[in-house]
Ligand binder design. Structure first.
Ligand SMILES: [Zn+2]
Length: 398
């Protein structure tokens, strides 16, 4: 929400009136000098949206603040030009409201265009989020990396490597949204803990690694890809089993960690809805982009979200560091998911991440059932992953 600076305003005043931590107001207004605010300057208050209310006969500032449960000071603050005593029917008031915190509101068939709308909304409500385009998919959809915070612990979460596992994206975006809500709200019961996580970490999120594949599974083929994807899909127009990118390459079989072995193992030698590792490691733009960000940013942990099985994998060929086992024990306790050190596969992002950087990397298989998982799994998955999300930012307890 934008507000205009008045005489004698300070960020500390805004922090008090809106119950938003001072440092988030600073982080939301990187170009403003807190010590030299100028009257009339626009300042962003994170965690709020403002909407318009038309004054009705009989309304007063008092009745409106009670009606919408908004502190009087907050209401008068965002309506500096309105004289409370001369309020008249038909006047427009700005009503400052906290953004909603409803994780279940994303429990729908969440496509690449839904993700891009979500980014727009989140960045507007929480202007301290930084969004970078890191690459694009085969069909030219942008791949974005969100960054939250400036702390020393760098953590990457990603979702939807596999097309028919798209439920992982609205889960991840909801985990993020709820986190932003709690840190922006001084009065939340989780505020202190969340704020410690924010201060100590920098969170990086790739919301949808495989947008072309997700679009195919949710909305079907387009006129330009229909012929090729139906052919790759063995003539079928049922794409519910499709995991690959739009070229029929399994993006989580593309990484240079036992890629030759994976090729042997899967026995899939041409484009397919799943399990084709490609003609060479990282020969697809999506997997290449994911490798590049890990090479460029020294993440201390990486968590990749998949479905299904209510378990997670955390080892690769004995290359994982000792702390991986400690995290695994903790994550299993927090989520109720089964901790599995080794699985018989190679060339996954987690495998390569562990082999290359010797840092804790995890593949989480969320929920139970047949992919694409039904949306009825959303609440259960969310409950399992929420404490893992927070813990990943906090690191191991002392
Ligand atoms: Zn998967």
């Amino acid at each position: 929400m934008d507000i205009l600076v008045r005489q004698n305003d300070t960020f500390a005043l805004y922090s008090r009136i809106f119950s938003v931590p001072l440092e988030l107001i600073i982080d939301s207004n990187p170009t403003a000098n807190p010590n030299r605010l100028m009257i009339g300057q626009t300042i962003k208050i994170p965690g709020y949206i403002a909407w318009q209310y038309t004054v009705q006969p009989g309304d007063s500032f008092w009745s409106i603040h009670r009606k919408f449960n908004i502190p009087l000071e907050r209401l008068t603050f965002v309506n500096p030009l309105v004289q409370p005593q001369s309020l008249a029917p038909g006047n427009l008031l700005r009503i400052p409201s906290r953004a909603q915190n409803e994780p279940a509101s994303r429990a729908y068939e969440y496509s690449p265009s839904n993700l891009s709308q979500d980014f727009t909304r989140l960045k507007s409500v929480y202007p301290f989020i930084e969004q970078t385009e890191i690459g694009s998919s085969v069909e030219g959809r942008p791949l974005y990396l969100l960054r939250i915070g400036k702390g020393s612990r760098l953590v990457q979460w990603n979702a939807s490597f596999h097309a028919n596992e798209w439920i992982t994206t609205p889960i991840l975006m909801s985990l993020l949204d709820e986190h932003l809500w709690h840190i922006s709200n001084n009065q939340s019961n989780e505020h202190q803990r969340r704020m410690n996580a924010y201060r100590g970490s920098t969170l990086y999120v790739v919301g949808m690694v495989n947008p072309d594949g997700v679009e195919l599974v949710i909305n079907g083929p387009s006129s330009s890809n229909e012929e090729s994807v139906v052919k790759i899909n063995g003539g079928s127009t049922d794409f519910s089993g499709w995991k690959a990118n739009i070229n029929g390459v399994d993006l989580n079989d593309q990484f240079p960690a036992g890629w030759e072995l994976e090729k042997e193992r899967t026995q899939v030698t041409s484009p397919a809805p799943r399990d084709f590792p490609g003609n060479a490691p990282l020969d697809q733009p999506e997997s290449k982009t994911m490798a590049q960000i890990a090479e460029n940013i020294p993440f201390q942990m990486m968590i990749a979200l998949h479905t299904q099985g209510a378990e997670f994998y955390w080892g690769y060929e004995g290359l994982e560091p000792p702390e991986s086992a400690k995290y695994a024990a903790l994550f299993s306790e927090l989520s109720g998911y089964r901790s599995v050190q080794y699985v018989d596969s190679h060339a996954g992002y987690k495998d390569w991440y562990i082999a290359e950087f010797r840092k804790p990397g995890f593949t989480f298989e969320l929920g139970r059932g047949v992919n694409p998982l039904p949306l009825s799994q959303f609440p259960e998955i969310y409950t399992a992953m929420k404490p893992v999300f927070i813990q990943s930012l906090m690191g191991l307890p002392e």
